[in-house]
Design a protein around this ligand. Structure first.
Ligand code: EPU
Length: 354
């Protein structure tokens, strides 16, 4: 265990935050021992996986940060149709997806290139391009952070929703996920319907993509839209796409006929937060207060010295360096207020605030 560790390399926003105590876990036994230590019992603690979805608001974390770095991938079961594969929590997610694709296993390819670690993936049920983690999830193993008890969580017990699970709700902060089992398929089942996948493939002269070609296409598409965390600090989508009642959507659609939307199975409608943010701006709030300001500035591409809204995807807030978590919080609040003033929808963050 170390003390006063700078967490800058451990959060993709790249904010400076010093942890009073920091423990790196390289095997599960180390975690079991840690749970019974005095520091663990006396300090508040935070499980930090890849740090790709956290916002450190303060420059000091007064507690114990537990960085899970356990490695290993193993095949648990295999037949001619399916394979069950287990990945340890500290495995790099994009590397793991690449590994499954190279083996010809279908199920995770649309989730390629999402920065993060395996153990964090179920917490927010990561999703992209018409696919979610829950679609291939079989079960996960976790350790209770008070008792040290090991527990297997089935898919039902995880209560997955859109960017949501039991680990973000009732059991928040109570368990550390130690490994995840996936059920993958050997028969070709590609999901190409979403967004611009087909357009990208046809531009590249690919009519019937292989698994590997789809994986590579997803990586390339993500690269054009999302900033590289090694160059610009960010946490991917900062907000969730709001789900609203159909009646509210119909009213909005009258004023904004081009508003993109996806019908949800429960009769509700999901609206892309990126569109709402792009179509409001710093002047929206002032406009709502009176007709004197007719500025139409969009948040998309807006920036101050330290933070901003990514120019190619308004859902992503970025840190250009030298800023603090407070700068992002302030920007996020202004965005929420202006979107609400214009569209009557309060968007909520996807990122975890610490
Ligand atoms: N849009 C805009 N302006 C923008 C961004 C988006 O008008 O600045 C519109 C687009 O025109 C499109 C719609 O919003 O009609 C949807 O955009 P996109 O396909 O880029 O997806 P998204 O809803 O913005 C979600 C996920 C992403 C995931 C993509 C692709 C959430 C919160 N985000 O974004 O996930 O990569 O779909 O499937 O659901 C992440 O979670 O970190 C993440 C990047």
């Amino acid at each position: 265990m170390k003390t006063n560790v700078n967490l800058q390399p451990y959060n993709s926003f790249g904010f400076k935050a010093v942890a009073k105590h920091f423990a790196e876990i390289n095997d599960i036994q180390e975690l079991e021992e840690l749970i019974h230590s005095d520091v663990f019992k006396s300090e508040k603690h935070l499980i930090l996986s890849g740090g790709n979805n956290v916002l450190f608001q303060d420059e000091f974390f007064d507690g114990l940060v537990i960085h899970i770095n356990t490695k290993g991938v193993e095949i648990l079961k295999e037949d001619e149709n399916e394979v069950v594969v287990r990945a340890q929590a500290g495995e790099d997610w994009p590397d793991f997806v690449r590994f499954t694709v190279e083996h010809g296993w279908y199920g995770l390819e649309n989730l390629a290139h999402i920065p993060g670690k395996v153990g964090a993936a179920p917490v927010q049920n990561i999703g992209a391009y018409g696919m979610e983690l829950k679609d291939s999830f079989l079960q996960c193993e976790a350790i209770h952070l008070k008792t040290g008890e090991k527990r297997v969580f089935s898919k039902t017990e995880c209560a997955f929703g859109y960017r949501n699970s039991v680990f973000k709700n009732e059991l928040k902060g109570q368990y550390a996920i130690t490994s995840v089992d996936f059920m993958l398929h050997k028969q070709a089942e590609l999901k190409l319907e979403y967004g611009n996948i087909k357009a990208y493939l046809s531009e590249h002269g690919i009519e019937t993509p292989t698994l590997q070609q789809l994986h590579d296409a997803i990586c390339a598409i993500r690269d054009t839209k999302l900033p590289d965390v090694n160059q610009i600090g960010n946490a991917g989508s900062f907000f969730k796409n709001p789900v609203i009642e159909k009646a509210q959507f119909k009213t909005l659609q009258k004023d904004y006929p081009n508003i993109p939307h996806y019908d949800e199975p429960n009769g509700k409608v999901k609206v892309p937060a990126g569109w709402l943010i792009e179509h409001s701006g710093p002047s929206t709030l002032r406009q709502a207060q009176g007709p004197q300001d007719s500025g139409t500035l969009s948040w998309k591409g807006w920036r101050n010295e330290h933070v901003g809204v990514y120019e190619k995807q308004a859902l992503v807030l970025v840190h250009y360096g030298g800023g603090t978590g407070h700068d992002i919080v302030e920007l996020a609040c202004n965005i929420q207020d202006s979107v609400e003033a214009k569209f009557g929808i309060r968007i909520s963050p996807e990122v975890n605030f610490v």
